[in-house]
Design a protein around this ligand. Structure first.
Ligand SMILES: *Cc1c(COP(=O)(O)O)cnc(C)c1O
Length: 407
């Protein structure tokens, strides 16, 4: 590693090496600068930090436990541990950064939070934070995802948020990002665009990472308490990359810890539009206001992407992941749709835990590591629970697992 204070990145301009930065219209740059200033104040403000800590503990239910998955460990011949972000209020890690963003918006005097959502998890977490903190909330979501993730759409509406469909292109996450961005440009002063991962222009990749780093900070202490040592391997799925950065950050300088990010290989890695393996197959470029690896088509536009997990369905990735890939500190591999579905049932039936399909990619990869002969311990981030996915999985894959339609 080039830099021993790696997690002190990014620099003042928001760069992680050559990635990150801020590629946005001038009038928006001023707004981003204000958010950056407000965030840096909050970061050093004991009152802000203690309010966030109070909400993490009493509202989210942190610290989330680490569970030693003994059945899975026995079956695959290596110790596997799960960081249980699935147990958080609202069912995933996203509440960690949504609460932070909502508190910052409130502090800045904004009236409304707006965001895009893929699986609906970011939308639910943000609508929850908005309700708690007392802000309005508009959520943009692809029409395809609205149909697929119906329970989350209902949740957001119950929580008082407006759910606005994105109806162009593939009608999934990327289109939702476009629609939300357009709406944001109309009134960036009174709204805060609460980005849902470690992506977007500076300061978002840094800010969302910092809020999520509670995962690894807890896990590093908990794992040592449980086992007396550090884990040999970390595994997390990578969509935009927030749950992965959340787990990885505390361990970046622990040379003995191998770190693995898992991208979605979808239906096929060799066909454009059938995967979203950005770091594995993409190249550096600029999109959605930041520089990072991305999947481009021949015109240099974002490629169509696919994953069975709506939350992983994104043609770029957080800039710090691009930096960590190039520096070699993190290895990026893949799990495909079928492997994720198999792991979804495996964890459910082996351990009594139904994972989010996104998190099932990490489970699948941990199993692959074990099958390839890895003997060291594996700590994987179970980023969310699978309640939102059960209807989709049973409808599309149930018959492979002996579940006939009940209707
Ligand atoms: C959104 C989501 C992801 C993907 O987002 P990251 O920013 O890559 O973490 C992963 N798991 C779950 C459960 C999600 O809801």
């Amino acid at each position: 590693m080039k830099n021993t204070f790696e997690h002190a990145l990014p620099n003042a301009q928001g760069y992680f090496g050559e990635y990150g930065g801020s590629f946005i219209p001038e009038e928006l740059q001023k707004v981003m600068d204000d958010i950056n200033t407000a965030y840096n104040e909050c970061r050093q403000d004991p009152e802000f930090q203690s309010e966030l800590a109070r909400l993490y503990k009493h509202f989210v239910g942190r610290p989330s436990p680490i569970f030693h998955a003994e059945n899975l460990s026995k079956k695959y011949g290596t110790p596997i541990y799960l960081k249980r972000e699935d147990l958080n209020h609202t069912g995933a890690h996203k509440i960690n950064h949504c609460l932070g963003e909502a508190l910052i918006a409130k502090k800045m005097g904004k009236q409304k939070l707006i965001a895009e959502t893929g699986a609906g998890q970011h939308g639910v977490a943000l609508a929850t934070a908005a309700a708690l903190v007392g802000l309005e909330c508009d959520i943009y979501m692809g029409e395809v995802d609205i149909a697929k993730e119906h329970p989350n759409v209902v949740r957001m509406r119950i929580l008082g948020a407006n759910v606005i469909p994105a109806t162009h292109g593939r009608k999934t996450l990327k289109e939702a990002v476009d629609a939300a961005f357009e709406a944001y440009l109309k009134d960036p002063i009174n709204q805060l665009y609460a980005i849902g991962s470690v992506v977007g222009p500076h300061p978002f990749p840094m800010m969302v990472r910092d809020f999520q780093s509670i995962i690894g900070n807890e896990a590093r202490v908990q794992f040592q308490e449980m086992t007396g040592t550090l884990p040999d391997n970390l595994v997390a799925c990578v969509g935009g990359g927030s749950n992965a950065m959340g787990l990885f950050t505390a361990f970046l300088e622990d040379k003995s810890v191998a770190i693995h990010g898992v991208e979605p290989a979808g239906r096929s890695l060799t066909q454009v539009g059938e995967h979203a393996a950005t770091l594995s197959l993409g190249e550096p470029g600029v999109m959605h206001g930041f520089k990072s690896y991305m999947l481009k088509d021949e015109q240099g536009e974002p490629q169509l992407v696919h994953s069975v997990a709506s939350g992983l369905d994104y043609p770029s990735v957080g800039p710090q992941h691009s930096y960590l890939k190039d520096s070699g500190r993190v290895q990026y591999g893949t799990a495909n749709d079928q492997e994720a579905i198999d792991a979804f049932f495996e964890l459910s039936r082996c351990e009594g835990i139904i994972p989010a399909i996104e998190s099932a990619h990490a489970v699948a990869y941990a199993i692959k590591l074990a099958q390839q002969g890895e003997q060291g311990s594996i700590l994987l981030n179970l980023s969310g629970r699978g309640d939102k996915d059960i209807d989709f999985v049973v409808e599309n894959y149930g018959c492979d697992y002996g579940i006939e339609s009940l209707i």
